[in-house]
Design a protein around this ligand. Structure first.
Ligand SMILES: [Zn+2]
Length: 69
């Protein structure tokens, strides 16, 4: 459980999804794959006000939130 995927900012859509903002992974490849598919899912299913990116932060991966447009 050395690697974390962390949703840095949780907008209303994230809270409605009921997901926990941190997921733990044993290896970084798994964390990276999960972070990217999680980010894609957020970009596709959340409101159009926000967009999400994956940023590496040491052993962890942050999903950052920005405003669209
Ligand atoms: Zn949103």
């Amino acid at each position: 459980m050395a690697h974390k995927v962390i949703v840095e900012k949780q907008c209303g859509c994230f809270k409605k999804s009921g997901d926990a903002p941190i997921r733990h992974f044993d290896n970084k490849d798994d964390a990276l794959i999960a972070a990217n598919s999680w980010k894609d899912e957020m970009n596709e299913t959340y409101c159009d006000k926000h967009h999400f990116d994956v940023v590496e932060s040491g052993d962890d991966l942050m999903i950052t939130m920005g405003m669209r447009g």
